[in-house]
Design a protein around this ligand. Structure first.
Ligand SMILES: *[C@@H]1O[C@H](CO)[C@@H](O)[C@H](O)[C@H]1NC(C)=O
Ligand SMILES: *[C@@H]1O[C@H](CO)[C@@H](O)[C@H](O)[C@H]1NC(C)=O
Ligand SMILES: *[C@@H]1O[C@H](CO)[C@@H](O)[C@H](O)[C@H]1NC(C)=O
Ligand SMILES: *[C@@H]1O[C@H](CO)[C@@H](O)[C@H](O)[C@H]1NC(C)=O
Length: 564
């Protein structure tokens, strides 16, 4: 069915509400549309053929196959009618869709099957804990297990007749509309499983802890694993160990003095994913942030990114991070294109050797899609210079560039701490002061009427250099209905001893950038009107007054992945 956008506009101005984290467009939830002209559909990022998707759910590796479940509306391009859709993959790049695995069928989930996680029980038996919405619209936690463990595709899931296993009651005083997204459980030395559920008490965000001997009967612990005042609800909590030294991942139940623990939450108030590094006090069943941190500061991704989740890949011994990338287009445009939401390229994640932050890098398998390599010789990029990168498909590419910056004296002095996103907005790619901006212009149209710039700028603060990474979408599209917010973050790179690297994955409407070898990540959605198909160009640029040196530049066209 096709509907006119005028009709649509009227509709969603009239029928509009809000449930949990999502705007609710009741009359659009079962409207399907979708034009055949699709310049913004991605070629190698995960997305189903049509409709709305959000959170990745319950990822796991089972009998050599990766399973991805995700929040999906089978009937339309806005949030609603949510089920757990299901796809499987051998390489985290090419995916085969299967029928939805979990959909409303019991009183405990009759009004919705929301996010959750998988745990591998002894004997390699997967178990899903997920949030159901019951007839009273209360959020409760449910269990589902595979019907046939011999089926590597895990096509059918059986819900526990004891559902819900965790529910708000008058005794536990849990807020029934703020109780969701169970984590992967971990097994304590005492033989009891532990799981977290995201919640809040007034404005205090918290991770409620439950324990169970048999995975069916769960008892709420007296204290949450952790909480912070003023953060609002914690959605999609994730709690996992990382090696203090090294890049290998660990099973979620690993404890010991050679690991740190990461607590990640999705803050609904801010619409961003935050994490803290600390330790897990086993005796108290509490998370203790390093350096007594009281609030969340670090983010996985400083762009458009939410509701992420990790899992341990026991094949390649790595921890993998999956995340949802929301659209930045209007609801009317989403309905016109017939879909909304994608997932990032899965990222391997580990603790940086400083112990102060995590590092993320696209899974190595995505490099199988690289074709037609273009390598440019090292060269000076003069102040004001644009260097076109020819020979790659500019709307579907992987670019790695690395800079050497001398003349650090030229860096602008920054006297006081400023929010990096604000700094990036004030000092966009047209502002020439000090050192920078230099980086990549992607989705650039001829004559630069449209472009997205991803760039560095170097500051000086108390005898130290401060590196800023920006992703500036302000000129990305002539269509100003899009969210054109500029994103930014500092990157912890020691310019005296290290090169400054940037890798950007470009895919039709996504710009996923990794600065400082994965120490800073920014994902942006862009919808150019001119720089589409073969009209787009990529440049390396230096719009500062000081020369910088490109020490290496490699670019590839990316092949299309088999996804839908
Ligand atoms: C379980 O799955 C295996 C492998 O797909 C299949 O051969 C077998 O028939 C299934 N068993 C049942 C009871 O469906
Ligand atoms: C429970 O959470 C909902 C949703 O955030 C909120 O509107 C409501 O005020 C909360 N109730 C209490 C008693 O805190
Ligand atoms: C998704 O994008 C829309 C439009 O830009 C925005 O209103 C909404 O807050 C976003 N939600 C999240 C979780 O990022
Ligand atoms: C570079 O700077 C000039 C002058 O400030 C500006 O007109 C131009 O748009 C800038 N280029 C980019 C790519 O931002």
């Amino acid at each position: 069915m096709s509907i006119s956008s005028i009709w649509l506009f009227t509709l969603f101005c009239v029928i509009y509400g809000s449930v949990a984290e999502h705007h609710v467009y009741r009359n659009l939830q079962s409207v399907s549309s979708g034009s055949t002209n699709q310049p913004y559909r991605t070629a190698y990022h995960f997305q189903p053929p049509k409709n709305w998707i959000n959170d990745p759910n319950g990822p796991l590796r089972y009998r050599g196959l990766y399973h991805l479940f995700y929040q999906y509306n089978p009937k339309g391009a806005v949030w609603g009618n949510i089920v757990w859709a299901h796809s499987v993959s051998k390489d985290l790049v090419n995916w085969t869709p299967l029928d939805p695995a979990i959909f409303p069928s019991q009183p405990s989930d009759i009004n919705g099957c929301w996010s959750g996680s998988t745990t591998l029980l002894p004997g390699n038996k997967p178990a899903i804990l997920y949030t159901g919405i019951d007839p009273q619209n209360q959020q409760v936690q449910n269990l589902a297990q595979p019907k046939n463990l011999s089926d590597p595709f895990l096509r059918e899931w059986v819900k526990s007749p004891k559902n819900p296993l965790m529910a708000p009651t008058s005794a536990n005083k849990i807020n029934s509309s703020s109780f969701r997204d169970p984590t992967t459980a971990w097994l304590g030395k005492d033989g009891h499983w532990r799981v977290l559920v995201g919640s809040k008490r007034r404005t205090r965000g918290l991770a409620i802890l439950y324990r169970s001997k048999d995975f069916v009967n769960w008892v709420q612990a007296k204290h949450p694993l952790h909480s912070t005042l003023g953060s609002g609800i914690w959605e999609c909590p994730d709690f996992f160990p990382v090696l203090n030294k090294g890049t290998l991942g660990l099973d979620t139940s690993v404890i010991g003095n050679y690991v740190s623990h990461v607590l990640k939450v999705s803050l609904d108030d801010k619409k961003h994913d935050y994490y803290m590094i600390g330790s897990y006090n086993v005796a108290k069943d509490a998370f203790i942030p390093d350096n007594g941190a009281k609030e969340f500061v670090l983010r996985y991704d400083y762009g458009k990114y939410y509701a992420s989740k990790t899992f341990f890949d026991d094949g390649k011994k790595r921890r993998i991070l999956l995340g949802w990338v929301n659209e930045s287009s209007s609801v009317a445009d989403d309905i016109k294109k017939g879909w909304s939401g994608i997932h990032t390229i899965p990222r391997t994640i580990w603790l940086h050797e400083s112990g102060k932050q995590l590092v993320q890098w696209p899974v190595v398998e995505v490099e199988k899609l690289r074709a037609n390599p273009v390598n440019l010789p090292p060269q000076v990029l003069k102040g004001g210079q644009l260097l076109q990168i020819n020979g790659v498909t500019a709307t579907q590419a992987d670019v790695e560039i690395s800079f050497q910056v001398n003349n650090l004296r030229e860096a602008e002095v920054l006297d006081y701490w400023t929010d990096p996103q604000i700094l990036c907005s004030k000092k966009g790619s047209a502002v020439k002061v000090g050192l920078g901006p230099f980086g990549l212009l992607v989705f650039a149209s001829k004559g630069l009427h449209e472009y997205t710039s991803v760039f560095f700028r170097i500051f000086k603060q108390q005898n130290k250099n401060l590196v800023l990474l920006c992703s500036d979408q302000s000129s990305s599209s002539l269509n100003k209905d899009n969210d054109l917010t500029t994103y930014g973050t500092f990157v912890d790179v020691d310019l005296l001893h290290e090169k400054l690297s940037l890798r950007t994955l470009i895919d039709h409407s996504v710009v996923e950038s990794f600065g400082g070898e994965g120490r800073a990540v920014i994902t942006a959605r862009v919808y150019p009107t001119l720089a589409i198909n073969d009209k787009a160009q990529i440049y390396a640029f230096n719009n500062g007054t000081t020369d910088v040196k490109i020490t290496s530049l490699s670019a590839w066209s990316m092949k299309k992945a088999q996804i839908s």
